[in-house]
Design a protein around this ligand. Structure first.
Ligand code: C2E
Ligand code: CA
Length: 552
């Protein structure tokens, strides 16, 4: 039966041709086309590139009903094969994307992921009028609700007949923020749809695949699926992510982290099963991405403890449950106090004091760090305004502020609200953490400096690319890491490194503060080598407001 050329509306002809050319490139084949089967049972051609052979109605039907793409073998040895995938998910019309191999060079199943990406691109580019969200793939909020409903029906308190087993899989696309930064939201939305499509091909047909929002998805397996078979699906999902994703003319590689839990072994209520799968997912993410992790008792217990810690911390941050202590900074030459560093403290009700290292990390992971740092900066500046002498006030800020592009605005706002002179405020950013894009970090720190506040690179020498940052970022002070200072006098290499760093800082016009000074010997070395300022228990421990020598 000949293919009838009906064409597509003029406004999407170009996009359609682009998709076809991409298909020919991705599958290294001479022809591709968008064909359709009308309700009258006629095969029509909407757009072609290269010579697409006439295809039978049965062939189009087979492709249209395949959902996830199909490779059709050549009718005889040495002939061409067809790779096809439906385009109009759930619509009445049967549009399909087909690619035709060179004679004697048939396609194989490894080309299906690329085909699926092309179908998703066609949807995203508006070539297909229907929704790019495949059947059984509810959108973000709907996905969560539907997954909750399914779990409740199957294993909730009122469930009539509980299954023998059931798997819940939680899947997160790794480094989503970076993908968003590099490619933008539109591309990432298409990527998430493609990831979902690939997941659907890796799990049993009756599974529910649901979007949880962002780059997070969940799968509820069919009832009675064994742990062994669930694990096979898990492995298949990870394998599906190996092939690159194609969005427009981009070829993108990504990985996912996957946590999974089995009913009833890992959790026998919807809540318990969800916690167990989330705990396993957190662990998989911690392992750096591209991993799977099954739930276990220990992971679930510590996950629950972390969630309670987050809730308590959130309450403390938003309801005045934190306070500051003050660590003096001494000018080495004059031995006078020139600054106080504000250090947050949290006395957790029912538990006692929590180490700042622990709760700062918890705040970063729980999305509370902006609230915590805003509180500490505002409280510190407000206190400093009341000091009888105009000493510097140093505030620790998480480097996540650099990537969110809001640090300068916060500084400006706090200075305005408290009336502190800008040059009295020093912002400290720890080297232990990534600063994200150095271009954005530079831009944000320059803005802070333009306001008049100072910037210190904290824990210098212990973290990420110290010299690079020193050479590129606008910095007023480096604070030498405590671990170096404490090894002074014990290892000649440490003495050499510290001596050289002090000379380097002086040559660059950057002031130097040594942290963690605990002995007279360390102090004498630092003084002799021109270290401008020192902090440490030898010179003063952090003190609460009431013991502050400066409180008016
Ligand atoms: P940091 O900026 O390095 O602060 C100095 C830390 O070293 C403080 O620990 C202080 O008690 C300790 N220290 C000072 N001198 C000595 C010494 O001679 N020997 C020893 N062994 N330790 C000394 P702390 O209070 O536990 O703070 C830990 C970290 O928590 C701080 O390290 C800072 O990076 C972070 N932090 C504290 N408050 C905040 C905050 O409000 N926001 C953010 N983002 N981070 C904060
Ligand atoms: Ca600091």
């Amino acid at each position: 039966m000949p293919v009838t050329a009906h064409g597509l509306p003029a406004d999407i002809q170009d996009q359609a041709l682009l998709v076809l050319r991409l298909a020919m490139r991705a599958l290294s084949c001479p022809a591709a086309g968008i064909l359709s089967l009308t309700s009258e049972g006629e095969v029509i051609s909407l757009r072609t590139a290269g010579a697409v052979p006439a295809l039978a109605v049965a062939t189009i039907r087979e492709i249209a009903s395949s959902e996830n793409g199909v490779i059709l073998e050549p009718p005889e040895a040495g002939g061409w094969s067809i790779a096809g995938i439906p385009l109009s998910y759930g619509s009445a019309r049967n549009d399909v994307l087909v690619a035709c191999s060179s004679p004697g060079d048939p396609f194989d199943d490894s080309q299906i992921p690329a085909l699926r990406d092309l179908a998703d691109s066609a949807c995203a580019m508006g070539v297909v009028s229907s929704s790019p969200v495949p059947r059984g793939m509810p959108g973000d909020t709907a996905g969560r609700i539907e997954a909750a409903r399914r779990l409740n029906t199957l294993i909730g308190p009122d469930s009539a007949q509980r299954p023998r087993s059931l798997g819940l899989l939680r899947i997160d696309i790794d480094h989503l923020a970076r993908l968003n930064t590099h490619h933008g939201w539109d591309v990432v939305d298409t990527l998430i749809a493609q990831v979902a499509t690939r997941i659907r091909t890796a799990v049993p047909a009756d599974s529910l695949v649901a979007r949880y929002g962002g780059g997070s998805l969940a799968v509820i397996t069919p009832t009675d699926l064994s742990a062994t078979n669930t694990r096979s699906s898990v492995v298949a999902i990870l394998k599906q992510m190996n092939a690159p994703f194609i969005v427009g003319d981009l070829e993108i590689r990504l990985s996912v982290s996957l946590g999974w839990a089995m009913y009833p072994m890992d959790g026998d209520t919807p809540d318990d099963l969800r916690s167990a799968a989330s705990a396993a997912l957190s662990q998989a993410v911690r392992e750096g991405g591209g991993h799977e992790q099954r739930a276990n008792v220990e992971l679930t217990r510590s996950y629950r403890a972390a969630r309670t810690l987050e809730q308590d911390l959130s309450h403390a941050v938003h309801h005045d449950g934190l306070h500051l202590t003050w660590l003096p900074t001494i000018e080495t030459g004059s031995e006078t106090v020139v600054a106080f560093e504000a250090l947050s403290r949290w006395d957790r009700p029912g538990h006692g004091p929590v180490s700042p290292d622990l709760f700062v990390q918890c705040a970063e992971e729980a999305g509370l760090i902006e609230a915590l740092d805003s509180w500490s900066m505002t409280s510190a500046c407000r206190a400093a305004v009341g000091w009888p002498q105009p000493l510097r006030v140093c505030v620790n800020i998480s480097p996540v502020w650099l990537s969110n592009g809001r640090l300068a605005r916060l500084v400006e706002h706090v200075l305005q609200e408290t009336g502190l002179a800008p040059e009295r405020l020093q912002i400290e950013l720890s080297e232990h953490r990534s600063f994200g894009s150095s271009r954005i970090a530079h831009q944000e720190l320059s803005r802070v400096r333009a306001i008049g506040a100072r910037i210190a690179l904290d824990d210098f020498g212990a973290g990420f690319s110290s010299l690079n940052r020193l050479g590129t970022l606008p910095i007023d002070q480096i604070k030498l890491d405590r671990s170096f200072v404490q090894r002074l006098g014990g290892d000649f290499r440490v003495d050499e490194i510290l001596g050289a760093t002090l000379r380097l800082a002086s040559a660059l016009g950057v002031s130097c503060c040594a942290k963690g000074v605990e002995t007279e010997r360390q102090l004498a070395f630092l003084d002799a080598h021109g270290c401008d300022e020192v902090q440490g228990f030898l010179l003063g421990q952090p003190v609460g407001d009431r013991l502050m020598p400066l409180t008016a």
